[in-house]
Ligand binder design. Structure first.
Ligand code: PTJ
Length: 253
């Protein structure tokens, strides 16, 4: 990994890039993952590179869904395995969810390597190695495990491509997306759209889960009932607009 000085003004962003590059070298992240990361970075810049108030509301609602679920699954791809393996394992642990490796650029070797990385970070059961079921999609993200995504009631899909998200919603599942682009098909079709960097979102969700874990069923249900994904998405767009305006103003443009 390149040695990035801690006082570099873009330290966090540069370290994140290094992790993706490292993931490619380890054979867990696809080269396309670099492009996806770049796209995410540009939206993160517009969001002020921090968790917005609407992202925090979505993260809390997402945790309520996961805690109430019967079979919650956290889908893991090559980017999240490189960026946040420890947070994925911690969130699964605190919420009683199961991890399933699910790849767009699928290869058995990459699934195996990602599984090993998750296990080296303390994961127990990791699904994804068995090609048991196929969602009605023409690409390989369709391949899922029967006890995992196929039968899940709640699925967390960080950095997803839109068509599988739409398909899972069509199948009647609650889909929680983490995607920095508020206008992606994923964000527009998910039940709960968390527009935040996966590096921050999972940390916040772990904390929410620790705080909410012992709350009563009814109180978690009311978090879900009060949640409105359209309000959250439109507030996110408003925040981007305000950030752009104040940035331009402060630079005298
Ligand atoms: O490992 P694989 O084979 O499953 O492939 C994973 C990628 C991410 C390459 C694949 O799913 C893909 O091509 O995704 P897309 O269609 O580029 O979508 C990724 C979305 O995630 C985009 O809308 C990005 O803005 C967003 N994104 C990128 N980095 C982050 C992010 N969202 C949150 N946190 C990030 N760090």
């Amino acid at each position: 990994m390149t040695d990035i000085p801690k006082d570099h003004p873009r330290y966090d962003s540069l370290i994140t890039r290094e992790k993706i590059v490292e993931g490619i070298k380890m054979g867990i992240t696809s080269q396309q993952g670099l492009v996806a990361q770049g796209r995410g970075e540009s939206f993160d810049y517009l969001l002020g590179e921090k968790t917005t108030r609407s992202a925090a509301i979505a993260e809390r609602a997402a945790v309520a869904h996961i805690l109430l679920a019967e079979n919650p699954i956290i889908s893991v791809n090559g980017n999240t395995a490189a960026l946040v393996p420890d947070s994925l394992v911690a969130l699964a642990d605190v919420c009683g969810a199961t991890l399933e490796v699910n790849l767009f650029h699928r290869s058995v070797a990459r699934i195996h390597r990602i599984t090993q990385v998750l296990k080296s970070h303390g994961a127990g059961k990791v699904l994804g190695g068995k090609a048991e079921k196929r969602l009605d999609l023409s690409h390989d993200r369709a391949i899922v495990e029967e006890e995992g995504i196929f039968s899940a009631d709640v699925v967390l899909v960080p950095l997803e491509d839109g068509d599988r998200c739409e398909k899972l919603v069509e199948m009647g599942k609650t889909v929680i997306a983490i995607d920095l682009n508020p206008l992606s098909r994923t964000s527009l079709s998910a039940t709960v759209s968390i527009v935040d960097n996966v590096t921050r979102a999972l940390q916040n969700m772990i904390q929410f889960a620790k705080d909410m874990k012992h709350e009563k069923h009814e109180s978690l249900l009311s978090v879900i009932e009060e949640y409105d994904n359209n309000v959250v998405l439109s507030d996110t767009l408003y925040i981007i607009e305000e950030n752009l305006k104040s940035n331009a103003k402060s630079r005298g443009i």
